[in-house]
Design a protein around this ligand. Structure first.
Ligand code: PBG
Ligand code: ZN
Length: 324
């Protein structure tokens, strides 16, 4: 045994381990997603996502306030509309739950960052993320609609919009629309690298947005591709994205690391519904230590290079970080 070099010397006490720790997790890294539904005084648990709730706008304000009080700086707002049609027109209806919730959250908590999910699948009768032409999701005619959604969210008070549709050219279309209407300071967090993933399963229950036919493979990325992810990031930056996102997170940490090594832009990792529900299900069985596993998962995203972590665990994790 060569006793000159002994890595265990730096592991012998909690104090030393803390001193040499390379990565840290903070509540200020988190974005907390909210699912807003019509009505008032609604707070009902989503069966596929224990601990996550459908919230009416008034209850969304309370949830946002609780998150903010724990040091979580931002919420990401998803919506379940009152009506759906082929175009997804409730997505830009100023009376829809999302727009109402945004305005109410900003009124109650002016300093919280409100981020809007920009997509059509929750609002279209067919459940796809864009306009249909036969069974094809038509890219170019969808862009104008996405830009309308982003503008309506900016008008409702959103600080940032996050397009999750994966149409080509949407960042530029949204940037131009926002600029033309005086929202030059509303930023764009692009779901630049979004894979066609089985990990979105529980979310589709939560947001009632499963496609009525086919799947999303003609617009979301093939999980097999790494180089293509770099091209997607390059394109979105060139079109004006302020923050880039990788989604899902855990099965794609290699992509997170590669983007961190190649682009000097803020990056978010989305710890998606399937990643969340797997942990919650195993914890409910008593098979894992939920707190340790959640903090380990989130830390791995930071270590891989993410600055921002979008996670349904945000409130629990923020509480656990306070205990430590
Ligand atoms: C809709 C959207 C999805 C998610 C975020 N926005 C689902 C999908 O693309 O099918 C997934 C989020 C999650 O699973 O937590 N475009
Ligand atoms: Zn969508």
């Amino acid at each position: 045994m060569n006793s000159l070099i002994r890595p265990r010397r730096l592991r012998i006490s909690a104090g030393i381990r803390q001193l040499v720790r390379e990565t840290s997790l903070e509540a200020s890294n988190f974005v907390y997603p909210l699912f807003v539904v019509p009505g008032s005084n609604v707070r009902s648990e989503i069966p596929s996502m224990p601990g996550v709730f459908h919230l009416s706008p008034d209850m969304a304000v309370k949830e946002a306030a609780a998150a903010y009080a724990l040091g979580i700086p931002a919420v990401l707002v998803f919506g379940l509309p009152e009506y759906k049609d082929a175009e997804g027109s409730s997505a830009w209806d100023m009376n829809s739950p999302v727009q109402k919730a945004m305005t109410m959250i900003k009124a109650a908590l002016p300093d919280i960052i409100v981020i809007g999910d920009v997509c059509l699948c929750e609002y279209t009768s067919h459940g796809h993320c864009g306009l249909l032409n036969g069974h094809d999701v038509d890219n170019d005619s969808t862009l104008e609609l996405l830009a309308k959604v982003a503008l309506s969210q900016a008008q409702a008070g959103a600080d940032m919009v996050a397009p999750s549709d994966m149409m080509d050219g949407r960042i530029l279309a949204i940037r131009n629309k926002l600029n033309e209407n005086g929202y030059k300071n509303v930023s764009i967090m692009s779901y630049a690298v979004k894979y066609a993933s089985a990990y979105y399963g529980p979310f589709r229950d939560a947001a009632e947005c499963a496609p009525q036919f086919g799947d999303r493979s003609s617009y979301q990325m093939d999980p097999a591709n790494r180089r293509e992810a770099m091209r997607e990031v390059e394109l979105d930056i060139a079109e004006g994205a302020d923050i880039i996102m990788v989604k899902p997170a855990l099965a794609y940490l290699d992509i997170v690391r590669e983007i961190r090594d190649n682009f000097d832009y803020p990056m978010a990792a989305y710890n998606v519904s399937g990643e969340y529900s797997m942990v919650k299900a195993a914890a409910a069985q008593g098979w894992i230590d939920e707190k340790r596993m959640v903090l380990e998962n989130l830390l791995s995203m930071k270590r891989a290079g993410a600055d921002i972590i979008i996670t349904y665990h945000a409130m629990d994790a923020a509480r656990w970080l306070q205990e430590k």
